[in-house]
Design a protein around this ligand. Sequence first.
Ligand code: AMP
Ligand code: GLY
Length: 420
Amino acid sequence: MNILILGGGGREHALAWAIKQNPKCDRLIVAPGNAGIAAIAEVADIDILSGATVVTFCEENSIDFVVIGPEAPLAAGVADALAGAGILAFGPSAAAARLEASKAFTKEVCDACGAPTATWARFAEAAPARAYVRAQGAPIVVKADGLAAGKGVVVAMTEAEAVAAIDEMFGGALGAAGAEVVIEEFMTGEEASFFVLCDGEAVLPIGTAQDHKRVGEGDSGPNTGGMGAYSPAPVLTDAIAAQALGEIIRPCLAEMVRRGTPYRGVLFAGLMIENDQARLVEFNCRFGDPEAQVLMLRLGAQVLDLLLATAEGRLAEAAVNWADDHALCVVMAARGYPGSYGKGSVIGGLEALPQSSREMVFHAGTASRDGKIVANGGRVLNVSARGATLAEAHARAYAMVDRIAWPEGFCRRDIGWRAL
Ligand code: AMP
Ligand code: GLY
């Protein structure tokens, strides 16, 4: 079959790499892709936020199946446009993608089904939000309701920080995403991510991961999109996974059915775990980046069968074949990230690195210029490896990092430290 993947980051490189290995995959196109993706698939530069453009592209290229990687096209209704044109696609409708696109919506869904999460309140104006913060005290968490590319959450350790965040959001710093603000109880514990597929009814867990959101070692410094990840997440034990499924994931998915907007796609639940209990931090309606890189490395070619079963409503018959192994991904970023950074520096040493089912460098933000790979984003490379133990995966990944010649880049040397 001919397959189109939408997106152009490390997540989409990992998806393309796994899907390409499945014999069902004939032609593989990724839009817009990147330099690493271009080495294994065709790339196409189209407007992936326009449902009409994507549908036309699919018709012109006889695409049988579309996998939507990032949240923006989902929130923009690209899955709806494809469904309307009779084209099979993986990814939720815009109505179901509100589980990521609106924090207040997700909180309402949690309240409706009793799913454990931080206590919260929503505000459309600054004055009552400030009063609420003063009444609750700090630490407290201030969130823009809408999609803000990872910049919409402020974990405020003082009331002053919380008030500043409120003023900034209502002042328009995040555009429409900050028109409404959710203020939440600060939760303590250890965070982990749980991934399940859902075809509207059946639910299939497909793995756990932990990422490192802070830019600096020891989890210090500003937040980023993620500086590394590993799978499985040891803190997400079988017992906690069962509790999260029973108390959070299944009830929320049932509530989506009750509302007439069943969820079809991958649901990424960010959990806070404390005293052997998980509470929901947030849902995402897509694979995580870089969590997808470690999941794809562990799942391999079967991913295509799982995504097809989800899109076709056959998930009840599907199963995951797990290797009892570990995967770890180190993000290499451009110096300056998550602040301002330069583009265009040349990355050497990539050609000599192994490319196998246990060692892969996925490209996140790269381009190719005069036959060389150059940095073209903040997060640039995802150096990923598998091993029988997490320590083995860790050693393999950093051995590859050390062979990459890129003075303008950096990485954290402590990915996986909690679990190691
Ligand atoms: P989110 O975009 O909702 O995942 O938030 C980004 C990060 O902020 C999360 O991964 C947590 O580390 C932190 N965070 C969000 N909500 C809370 C909360 N209620 N309590 C503590 N930390 C939180
Ligand atoms: N790595 C976190 C995310 O993809 O949202």
